[in-house]
Design a protein around this ligand. Structure first.
Ligand SMILES: [Zn+2]
Length: 425
């Protein structure tokens, strides 16, 4: 089974569920799907460098435009020859628009680093927790139809994000996959406000697309833009978002003759997916079912779930037919003393390194079936040693635990792809 699309092809459709195995083909290489996309906010994952990341078979890395705008800025990255050269990564990169962060950080602490590396959904949670902190202060100066003007949390410098500035920045970065500028749909606000916000997000996404198509033509290069579906937990609005953004006037279902884009080429599922897993699954099931109606039968379109990538949620994504999702989950988990084990079995769980019982585990690596440099070979590090490094807050602990957790996610995804190919999932 294959499709004629040069950007995305489906290699196998499971006979058991909607799960599928495919390939996203970019100028910097192939991304096998389903796949997990770790978040390297500032052009790096916390604790490991990009060369190590590539050796762990991380095929797609997520970076945040908002943070890269604040430092080092678009010009510095452009002068370096693009983001891949600047951060010394040969493989594909996806960047977001900056919209989510700028809206998430509307009234959050101004201390540098407080929110770095956190997923958008975690940001909402943190923002809620920080409401009463004395140093809370709005960084957003103005929101208009044009875009958002805000102050850098780092040095107070005035910055502007519009659909055009965001897409131009992502073009200059040379990102393989670009996310259009969107508005974070507020929660717990009147329906009229939600509807207005959705309409504006759609207008911003279409302006982003226009800018992307013009820049692609000028540079004669093929970067790929996904649309971002919004609508929160309201299924009517979700439907409206899909009707608007998957309209053939703005969505590219088939290859163009000149190879240059003429529409959105993938689907990112964004916005609030509710406050618990049940709500999230209701929205996702509705979305995936409706997408089947909207996408012509002989066409294949890659989809990406924005900002969710914990093991429990991902287990439920597989049968829906998800292709990629991003999260800071394995890196955050590692920093907090939790290590992923059992990925090779297809059913990963976590092991806490915090317990003193770990001290007795001198002869045991974290996972005997893991092929990461921490667990494998005669010099494998023991659980006891990792426990010691964690307790002493050694930076080396962050490096070793992050290498292991990220590799576990990659092993899990490979196992999942094999099981889908065998129609076991
Ligand atoms: Zn390992």
């Amino acid at each position: 089974m294959s499709s004629s699309n040069k950007f995305f092809r489906v290699l196998h459709q499971s006979k058991k569920s909607k799960a599928r195995v495919g390939q996203i083909i970019t100028q910097h290489g192939i991304i096998e799907t389903p796949n997990f996309v770790p978040v390297g906010t500032n052009g790096t994952l916390k604790g490991i460098d990009n060369h190590s990341l590539s050796s762990l078979d991380v095929q797609l890395m997520f970076s945040n435009t908002y943070h890269l705008l604040i430092h080092p800025g678009v010009e510095a990255i452009e002068q370096a020859g693009g983001l891949h050269k600047f951060i010394s990564r040969k493989h594909p990169i996806i960047t977001d628009s900056g919209g989510f962060q700028v809206f998430s950080l509307q009234s959050t602490p101004t201390e540098e680093g407080v929110f770095e590396g956190e997923s958008p959904r975690k940001l909402i949670e943190l923002k809620g927790q920080s409401k009463n902190k004395a140093h809370s202060e709005s960084l957003v100066e103005r929101v208009s139809e044009d875009g958002v003007t805000f102050r850098s949390y780092r040095d107070g410098k005035l910055l502007q994000l519009t659909p055009e500035t965001s897409v131009t920045a992502q073009h200059k970065f040379g990102s393989d996959i670009i996310i259009p500028f969107d508005e974070l749909l507020p929660e717990h606000v009147p329906m009229t406000v939600i509807e207005e916000s959705l309409e504006r997000t759609h207008r911003w996404e279409l302006r982003s697309l226009k800018c992307h198509l013009e820049l692609s033509k000028q540079c004669n290069k093929h970067q790929h833009m996904y649309c971002v579906l919004h609508g929160g937990t309201n299924l009517d609005l979700r439907k409206k978002s899909m009707d608007t953004l998957l309209d053939p006037s703005c969505f590219q279902f088939r290859d163009t003759e000149d190879g240059l884009p003429n529409g959105f080429e993938g689907i990112a599922i964004g916005g609030s997916l509710g406050s618990n897993r049940e709500e999230m699954l209701d929205v996702l099931k509705f979305t995936y079912n409706y997408l089947e109606e909207k996408i012509p039968q002989d066409c294949f379109v890659p989809n990406h779930i924005l900002g969710i990538g914990d093991i429990a949620s991902m287990k439920s994504f597989i049968e829906l037919g998800f292709d990629t999702c991003d999260s800071a989950y394995p890196t955050r988990l590692a920093r907090h003393g939790n290590l992923i084990v059992g990925a090779a079995s297809g059913n990963p769980t976590t092991l806490s390194i915090k317990s003193s019982a770990s001290l007795g585990m001198h002869d045991r690596p974290i996972d005997t079936t893991c092929d990461c440099p921490v667990c494998s070979g005669p010099d494998a590090y023991s659980v006891a040693y990792l426990h010691h490094l964690f307790k002493m807050s050694e930076p080396t602990y962050i490096t070793l635990s992050t290498i292991h957790n990220v590799r576990q996610m990659m092993i899990w995804m490979k196992t999942i792809r094999e099981r889908i190919k065998n129609d076991e999932l």
